[in-house]
Design a protein around this ligand. Structure first.
Ligand code: ZN
Length: 208
């Protein structure tokens, strides 16, 4: 089963059950994370085609399999560019000239006035990036922060709670109305949720 919601006209949110990240489509052009379950990907592709949505770019918040497992499937279907953090060049070199490397401060354009800023947010992994639309105050936060004060795990290889705290501090400076996390619910009043996550992360890090 796929649950589809429209947060604001520019953001579609797809939820699959089980070992899958949230999947978003921004500006009908950019897919953010892919989930893992191939049957779920097929349902999403079916839906996008029905509404004539042609994905041009697939942006990954980080390379964990629940976020990237369906990358090949979506990429082949739409012949899309693959956008990942710059240090993942070798891991995704199979995409050749379709691979676009992102660094902190880069801007990704969906269409003219729909743009996402890239924010490097290490902590969950060294390769995490968030995507922020300052115009619409939308943040795609991957596994850095979730809604209701939750935070990404830092106990896996490359994880660091200190780095996560520093990353969340950066996010806390943004003006976020819509928080679109890698897992859990999308929420309004994103600023409040990020503040809660920051407090929690600082407690975990022992610096609060
Ligand atoms: Zn992850």
């Amino acid at each position: 089963m796929v649950i589809i919601s429209y947060l604001i006209p520019e953001v579609y949110h797809f939820e699959l059950p089980g070992f899958n990240s949230n999947i978003y489509v921004y500006g009908k052009k950019i897919l953010i994370d892919t989930g893992y379950d191939p049957a779920g990907a097929d349902r999403i592709i079916e839906h996008l085609k029905k509404y004539d949505v042609k994905i041009e770019k697939i942006a990954l918040t980080h390379p964990h399999p629940d976020h990237s497992g369906n990358l090949d499937r979506f990429q082949k279907e739409f012949d899309a560019e693959v956008l990942v953090y710059e240090k993942l060049e070798n891991r995704y070199s199979n995409f050749g000239n379709k691979l676009i490397l992102l660094k902190d401060g880069d801007v990704i354009t969906a269409v003219d006035d729909l743009k996402l800023e890239v924010i490097h947010t290490p902590g969950h992994t060294p390769f995490d990036i968030c995507f922020y639309d300052p115009e619409r105050k939308v943040l795609f936060s991957g596994d850095c922060v979730f809604s209701f004060g939750s935070i990404g795990r830092t106990d896996m290889p490359g994880g660091s709670i200190q780095k996560l705290v520093a990353s969340i501090k950066r996010l806390a400076k943004l003006d976020v109305e819509w928080l679109c996390p890698g897992h859990m619910q999308t929420v309004k009043n994103g600023n409040d949720h990020i503040q809660q996550s920051l407090m929690f992360a600082e407690q975990v890090a022992g610096v609060y």
